[in-house]
Design a protein around this ligand. Structure first.
Ligand code: NAD
Ligand code: WQD
Length: 353
């Protein structure tokens, strides 16, 4: 058995980019995913770019027998845990599903890790765990708040679960990575974000308006106390984000216990700035109109990334123009995402055009 990194949710948006980066860094990778929000096509494309193939096992992190099988048949050294549900609106309609999947799923995973004596874990958390009144730039020491939806609460619960676990047993080495707003795609245009149905997030929405799939972007509020009145966020290129995971994996090797790092650029951009940057990168115009504020939104949110810089030696390298150019390359080459291709045909159609 070769030793390897287990990536849960590795067929998804961020997980597929991380799987690629891990393969390119020389790791062997086992991906587990139940494909509830992804397609195996992403991994076929990861293999094409890397020239190496991750091992894929279809299954659910809530299934302890499945996890036991994964750990007993592979020599897993560390786990990078992306598997989870992430749609804020769905979480309001189906809170039990979100708690079951995100909280219970992580609990099952930690139990299986403990049984297999695997104690290195990198967890995908979110800036959503910070309180509404958090002062920007947001530092890791800022208090966590009261998230406005079950998705956010599930992330906070998992953070607390992991904190208790690390305190209970000194063998655990856990990195909690709080992502700000991940965007963009691998520069090949072969892998990217493929949201189900109408996107909730800003950049996939903008891209789908630009490609003609959606008519018009609704800007949720122009009366925030920000320079142009629209919401300000810290958008981070997915390539930078996954590099942060590789750094965290290396650092927790020598840093036991629980560690929390923000992964953001430290710069905020407004919705209007994002639209303009996208139009510049794509050469397309994006129709928009002002709509009422969206419930639960805050005016501005960006990271203080100094802790990740000092402790991980990590800083975001890519700016807004790369985020936009790569998002547009992915969207324009794959207008219908991964579903544009049928098996056997993949890679020959959109992605290679
Ligand atoms: P994604 O939906 O593209 O990827 C998640 C993957 O997990 C999917 O492939 C899905 O099929 C799989 N999955 C879900 N439940 C599973 C289960 N029970 N068992 C096995 N596989 C399961 O989402 P993403 O954007 O790549 O996000 C990855 C992680 O990062 C998530 O935990 C998400 O909450 C977190 N995160 C995402 C963002 C963002 O804006 N994209 C921001 C902060 C945090
Ligand atoms: C960004 C800005 C909107 C869509 C969400 C989750 C968070 C995290 C990342 C997972 C805001 C505005 C958006 C649109 C708009 N996910 N907007 N029209 O809200 O910062 O964070 O995704 O962890 O938990 O809450 O990201 O991309 O939805 O919005 O005007 O159609 O764009 O109001 O100012 P957000 P977003």
């Amino acid at each position: 058995m070769n030793s390897c990194v287990l990536v849960t949710g590795g067929a998804g948006y961020i997980g597929s980019h991380a799987t690629l980066a891990l393969l390119q860094a020389g790791h062997d990778v086992v991906v587990i995913d139940n494909l509830c929000n992804s397609s195996q096509e992403s991994l076929a494309r990861v293999s094409k770019i890397a020239g190496r193939t991750p091992k894929f096992l279809e299954g659910d992190i809530r299934e302890s027998d499945f996890l036991r099988h994964v750990f007993s048949t592979h020599r897993i050294e560390a786990v990078v845990h992306f598997a989870g549900l992430k749609a804020v609106n769905d979480s309001l309609r189906q809170p039990l599903l979100y708690y079951h999947n995100n909280v219970n799923g992580t609990l099952q995973l930690c139990e299986a890790m403990s049984e297999a004596a695997v104690f290195r874990l990198v967890f995908s958390s979110s800036a959503t765990v910070y309180g509404e009144g958090a002062q920007v730039p947001i530092r890791e020491a800022s208090p966590t708040g009261v998230p406005t939806n079950p998705y956010g609460r599930s992330k906070l619960m998992v953070e607390e679960l992991l904190r208790d676990l690390a305190q209970s047993d000194a063998r655990w080495r856990i990195a909690i990575l709080r992502y700000f707003n991940p965007v963009g795609a691998h520069p090949s245009g072969l892998i990217g974000e493929d949201p189900n149905g109408i996107p909730n997030n800003l950049l996939p929405y903008i891209s789908q308006v630009a490609i003609g799939k959606l008519k018009q972007l609704q800007i949720f509020g122009d009366d925030y106390p920000t320079p142009d009145g629209t919401g300000v966020r810290d958008y981070i290129h997915v390539q930078d984000l996954v590099n942060g995971h590789l750094k965290a994996l290396a650092v927790i090797d020598r840093k036991p216990g629980l560690n929390v790092w923000n992964l953001g650029t430290g710069r905020g951009y407004s919705v209007l700035q994002m639209i303009r940057a996208f139009e510049e990168a794509s050469g397309r115009s994006v129709s928009w109109q002002i709509a009422p504020r969206r419930g639960g939104d805050i005016a501005e949110c960006w990271a203080d990334p100094a802790k990740a810089s000092a402790e991980l030696g990590w800083e975001a390298q890519l700016g807004l123009s790369e985020m936009m150019a790569d998002a547009w390359r992915w969207q324009s080459k794959n207008p219908r995402g991964y579903s544009s291709v049928s098996h056997g045909q993949h890679l020959a159609n959109d992605a290679d055009s």
